[in-house]
Design a protein around this ligand. Structure first.
Ligand code: SF4
Length: 74
């Protein structure tokens, strides 16, 4: 069974470059203020979500295992 994730974006530091939306468009959606919001924490593969988190230029994305509470990123 795929891992269940809890994804969040720190809006205080998101610079809205949409990188995360490119990697996982069902998970990250830019709002009207051009900031990334999480539409569905489990809307893409684990690999795509982790890649989006790792490539965020300001490390605004946090990924947590929703079942164990383990912090997967950062
Ligand atoms: S990649 Fe990071 S800075 Fe860019 S929109 Fe996504 S959360 Fe914001």
């Amino acid at each position: 069974m795929p891992r269940k994730l809890r994804v969040s974006v720190d809006l205080d530091i998101c610079v809205g470059n949409a990188m995360c939306e490119t990697y996982a468009p069902k998970v990250f959606v830019l709002n009207d203020d051009r900031q990334s919001t999480v539409a569905d924490s489990n809307g893409d593969t684990f690999e795509n979500i982790m890649e989006a988190a790792q490539d965020c230029p300001v490390s605004a994305i946090t990924v947590i295992d929703d079942e164990t509470g383990e912090k997967l990123f950062p």
